[in-house]
Structures are given as C-alpha cells and as structure tokens.
Design a protein around this ligand. Structure first.
Ligand code: NAP
Ligand code: F7E
Length: 346
C-alpha cells in the first residue's frame, strides 16, 4: 500500500523540499494551500499535477489552520499515515506586529489539527503519525549550546506560540497515546528561503547589487549568531523522525554558529563585493527582544536517527548567492528590455 502524507505549509520553503522527498519515496502527498488573491504555489509549481489526470500523487486542498471544519474535511479525505504540521506565520519580527494572528495560526492552529487527528484516530482505529515543527526560537535567551534538555525561554510572540504548540503535542501524546514527534529545528535556509529572512535578504541584495539594480542593503542587528543549516538536509531528518520506533522530541542543528556579519562577509566576498560599502543599519529592523545566540546540540538526533547535515555553512551561502546571481541577471534582462521598449526614440 502506498503511504499517504498530509503537509500543512506545503507552499513554504520546507513544505516544497519535503514534498519532493516524499514523492521520491513513493508517497501520495496531500497539501494544504491557503486561499490568496495572488498565486502562492511558486515553490511547488514544478511538482504540480493536473487534477484531471488519473493516479496523481500530489493533491492540493484549500484549507487554513484557522478553520477546524476545513482541516477535519482534509484529514478525512487524505486518510494520512503521516501528518507534517509545517504551516505557520513563521516570521519572528512580524509576530511582534501581529501577535494575535501568530498565536492563532501557530498555537491554536496546531491544537485544532491535533484535535482532528485525535477524533480521526478514535473513530477509524488508524494510527496517524504527527510531526510538529518546533523551533530553536523556543530556546530564545537560554545559554548555548541548546539541546532537548535546555529550558525554553521564548523571546517573541512567535516563539511563545511555538512553545504552546510543543506542549500541546506532548499533552496529546500522553493523554491519548498518539504518535506525536516534536522537532526543534535550528535555522535552515536555501535558495527557496522567503526573501524577508536575513540570509535570503542578503543573497538577493548581493545579486541585485552585482547587476547594478540596487546599491544599498538596510539591515538590523548584525551581531546575532545563528546555527544555519540547509533546508534540503533538514527535511530528511523530519521524515526520519516519523519512521523512528518511538515518538519523541529532537533537536536538529549543525553545531556551528555564525553572526549575521559573518554571513554578509561570506556572501558579498563570494560575488567579489565588499559588504561595508553597501550595508546600512536601519533600527526599524531591530526586535523589541532579540535572540542573541543559537547553537544547537543535535547529538540525540544524530545517534537515534543516524542523521547528520551534509551541507557546510560556506557551501550553503555560496549555493544561495549563485542562485540569486542568476535571478538578478534575469531581472537585469527584463529591466533592460523594458527600458529599450519604452524608449520613445525606438
Ligand atoms: P515558510 O516558508 O514561512 O512557510 C510557512 C507555510 O505555512 C507556508 O506554506 C504558508 O502559506 C503556511 N501558512 C501560514 N499561515 C497559515 C495558515 N493560517 N493556515 C495554513 N497555512 C499557513 O516557513 P518554513 O521556513 O518552510 O518553515 C516551516 C515550519 O518550520 C514553520 O512552522 C516554521 O515556523 C518552522 N521552522 C522553520 C525554521 C527555519 O529556519 N526555516 C526553523 C524552525 C522552525 P503561504 O505560502 O500561503 O504563506
Ligand atoms: O533573523 C537579524 C535578526 O528573520 C535572523 C525563522 O525561520 O529561524 C527564523 O527566525 C537574525 C535575527 O530568522 C535583519 O534580528 C538583522 O537575529 O532570518 P531571521 P530568525 O528570527 O532566526 C527560526 C529558527 C524560526 O523558527 C523562524 O520561523 O538576523 N537581522 N537584520 C535581520 N533579520 C531580518 N529578518 N531582517 C533584517 O533586515
């Protein structure tokens, strides 16, 4: 029997890599897409399958983590063996501006989905394995290195919501015997990373500066240190967690941390640029409460899941810069074409 997986957040960075991985392993993949007035499926267009074709293995459903009835219908339709709850308002700075919405999507959304799963398992007698996307932000101000035994000290509405979701998961595991695995993933990036996260904001700017489309890059705190891995490596850990014999909580990290300043240095120099000529500090990007230093100890996951990251910091930065140099060069062509065709002398 083909396995069925349901992914919330399939249109996001991780959702797109995870879908590719699960399809390559023979799964039927169901994904939740939010209604939007513009297309939000760019990251999964390359694996999209026409609903009119028989035997398709990627099935998209309109639903939202704020709507329990819709979630319930999707769970019933998908009959999933595994659920990956990746859907979230995932931007830390935005969570200070939209705290209530963040709590609704990230904490309450998880609770709604867990409740659907609880009922579904009860009336169908099926086992559904549930993966909850926790975050290193939950450690916040705790001293590095952080591991599964480190106490949480969340520093943003986003992080508080993720802590709530984490504990909902543990409670549902203990109360109803459900297979719920909480992962605590440290930052992971890729050429598909959203463009307002600092790594991608930097690599997009490198490309555009190189092509003469932009001169300045405005950033906030350059001293923050993060344990940055590659999203493609991390989705393998996600899948492995649900294949493990026991549910549990796992930290996934590289074990190396770099500052935003070091990321800048690596990214700009790879393109032959000097970041100090282009970067300016804009205090509006500072956070009311910052997380200074995240560095993960993932020994438990490495041992129990036989997993380790394959992509180094340097390789990751270069992969992202090379991608964004290509994007900017395409943008440059469009820009030049527009300029030529709108020139009245031609
Ligand atoms: P992302 O690129 O921001 O994707 C978030 C996904 O959630 C998108 O598909 C988004 O849909 C969807 N979503 C947002 N609000 C929703 C709602 N109300 N109902 C249904 N779907 C909703 O995030 P990511 O980087 O892939 O991260 C995946 C998960 O891991 C998130 O839960 C994030 O908080 C967590 N996480 C990420 C990292 C990291 O470094 N990337 C580290 C630790 C934990 P749209 O496309 O329509 O916006
Ligand atoms: O910030 C600093 C900023 O927004 C990283 C999410 O995936 O990872 C992500 O959260 C650091 C912070 O990621 C700018 O102050 C400086 O210290 O790229 P970020 P994040 O906050 O670490 C965790 C694990 C998640 O779970 C989240 O979902 O960079 N920084 N200047 C800036 N950050 C941004 N965004 N923009 C700046 O201009």
């Amino acid at each position: 029997m083909r396995k069925s997986a349901l992914i919330t957040g399939i249109t996001g960075q991780d959702g797109s890599y995870l879908s590719e991985l699960l399809l390559s392993k023979g799964y039927t993949v169901h994904g939740i897409v939010r209604r939007s007035s513009s297309f939000n499926t760019a990251r999964i267009n390359h694996i999209y399958e026409d609903p009119h074709e028989a035997g398709r293995r990627l099935v998209l459903h309109y639903a939202d983590l704020s709507d329990s009835t819709g979630l319930r219908r999707v769970v019933e339709a998908a009959q999933p063996d595994e659920i990956f709850n990746l859907g979230a308002q995932s931007h830390v700075k935005v969570s200070f501006e939209n705290p209530e919405y963040t709590a609704d999507a990230d904490a309450m959304g998880t609770l709604r989905l867990l409740d659907c799963v609880r009922d579904h398992c009860q009336h169908t007698k099926r086992e559904v394995r549930f993966y909850q996307a926790g975050s290193s932000e939950m450690f916040g101000a705790a001293n590095p290195p952080q591991s599964e035994s480190t106490a949480f000290y969340p520093r943003s509405p986003y992080a508080v919501s993720k802590v709530a979701a984490h504990w909902y998961g543990i409670n549902y595991r203990e109360a109803y015997g459900l297979f719920i695995t909480n992962r605590i993933l440290f930052n992971h990036e890729s050429p598909r990373r959203g463009e307002t996260f600092v790594t991608r904001k930097i690599t997009r700017a490198v490309g555009r500066i190189k092509e003469g489309l932009q001169d300045k890059l405005y950033l906030g705190n350059l001293d923050a240190r993060r344990d940055w891995g590659f999203a493609g490596d991390y989705v393998e850990a996600m899948w492995k967690m649900l294949q493990h014999s026991e549910p549990g909580d796992f930290v996934v990290a590289t074990g190396e941390a770099y500052s935003v300043r070091e990321f800048l240095e690596e990214a700009f120099s790879h393109a032959g640029l000097n970041w100090e000529r282009h970067v300016e500090i804009d205090p509006s990007y500072f956070r009311p409460t910052e997380v200074d230093y995240l560095l993960g100890d993932s020994s438990k996951a490495r041992k129990a899941l036989d997993w380790e990251p394959r992509t180094s910091f340097k390789t990751l930065v270069r992969m992202m810069v090379d991608n964004d140099l290509r994007l900017a060069s395409d943008e440059r062509l469009v820009h030049d074409k527009k300029y030529v065709t709108s020139d009245p002398r031609r």
